[in-house]
Design a binder for this molecule. Structure first.
Ligand code: AMP
Ligand code: TRP
Length: 337
């Protein structure tokens, strides 16, 4: 039996934080053996907001190294850079022409980011979800593992594919595969360390709000020391009155590898003075192997380059074949005449 296909990606903007890791990449690693996987570094998405050309390339390379450091296995997964496979841009254009404008104007993430950008909103920011749909549909992905915040974009991808099939497919032979989201319950929403009601985010101006995968032990210690807590003694999960407590206990549970019951029992009588050092130790321990591996990979640039070159070649074969199918369905004159 052939394996189902998985596709996912992260933008090469800033550092990866615990939300990206626990909400996305760690889940990719956990499920990868069951699937045929494509993981891309979505650099074309990174320029939908103002960006610095001096760091884009480096950040892209670092993100690919982090994928490997987190445990993506090249035996069952392909790692590549989105802009290296030209079909992503081309399919985006084709899908643009069948996507109603008001579908994009409804996107929550667009509205949130547009407010932050003020006057400076690009057409690219509005079009971001169509590019994401192209990423997914090019690979005939069955499953797309993402954090909760991407659910609406996944639904849009499904709607675009269904509309395309409806307009240009034949009943028994849809042109595009309709993907399913894969949102793991645990870690799907890691919250900010400074406000338990806001999600941990790369764009939060406060560094204290997030722990990055490459933070040094001292930085981790400082951030956890300063993180927001509450005046109650004893930690519990799922108390709506105590969002910070739920978030920190969840982080402890996920990073220690314990079950929810074990973590709840262990921490039920703890005060913050006892819990914070425990969480600090656990976080440092959990990130150390990733940081060591990352350094090793970054020190071997030739290896990383070869992984990305091979990845782009493999990805392009699949992507170009879908693109031809789409162009045929749309009635374009074949370029091989
Ligand atoms: P981004 O940082 O927006 O490129 O997101 C990359 C991946 O990380 C996506 O799959 C997001 O759903 C996931 N992600 C981002 N922030 C969080 C968070 N605070 N909690 C859980 N998942 C997240
Ligand atoms: N929009 C996603 C995010 O911010 C990143 C992304 C781009 C993505 N293309 C994708 C995720 C395709 C999954 C599949 O997290």
């Amino acid at each position: 039996m052939t394996k189902q296909r998985v596709l996912s990606g992260v933008q090469p903007t800033g550092n990866l934080h615990l939300g990206n890791y626990l909400g996305a990449i760690r889940n990719w690693v956990e499920i990868q053996q069951e699937y045929d996987n494509f993981f891309c570094v979505v650099d074309l998405h990174a320029i939908t907001v103002p960006h610095d050309p001096k760091v884009l390339g480096d950040n892209t390379l670092k993100m690919a190294a982090l994928y490997l450091a987190c445990g993506i296995d090249l035996e069952c997964s392909t790692i590549f850079v989105q802009s290296h496979v030209k079909a992503h841009s081309e399919l985006t254009w084709l899908l643009n022409c069948i996507t109603p404008l008001n579908w994009l104007e409804r996107m929550i993430q667009f509205k949130e980011k547009a407010v932050k950008q003020g006057e400076n909103v690009s057409v690219g920011l509005l079009d971001y979800p169509v590019l994401m749909a192209a990423d997914i549909l090019l690979y005939d992905a069955d499953r797309v593992p993402v954090g909760e915040d991407q659910k609406q974009h996944l639904e849009l991808t499904r709607d675009i594919a269904a509309r395309f099939n409806d307009k240009f497919g034949k009943k028994k032979q849809p042109v595009l595969k309709i993907p399913e989201p894969l949102i793991s319950k645990q870690g799907a929403r890691v919250m900010s360390l400074t406000d338990g009601t806001k999600k941990m985010s790369k764009s939060d101006p406060s560094e204290l709000s997030r722990i990055n995968l490459l933070d040094s032990p001292d930085e981790i210690k400082r951030k956890i020391k300063k993180c927001k807590t509450d005046p109650v003694k004893g930690l519990t999960f799922d108390d709506p009155e105590r969002p910070e407590c739920n978030n920190l206990l969840t982080l402890y549970q996920l990073l220690s590898g314990k079950t929810k019951e074990e973590a709840a029992l262990e921490c039920q009588d703890m005060g913050w003075g006892q819990f914070k050092p425990l969480l600090t130790e656990t976080t440092i321990e959990a990130l150390k192997p990733i940081q060591d591996k990352y350094q090793e990979i970054m020190d071997n640039r030739d290896y990383l380059d070869s992984v990305l070159k091979e990845g782009a070649t493999k990805a392009a074969v699949v992507a170009n074949s879908t693109l031809s199918r789409v162009k045929d369905a749309l009635g374009f004159l074949s370029s091989s005449i």
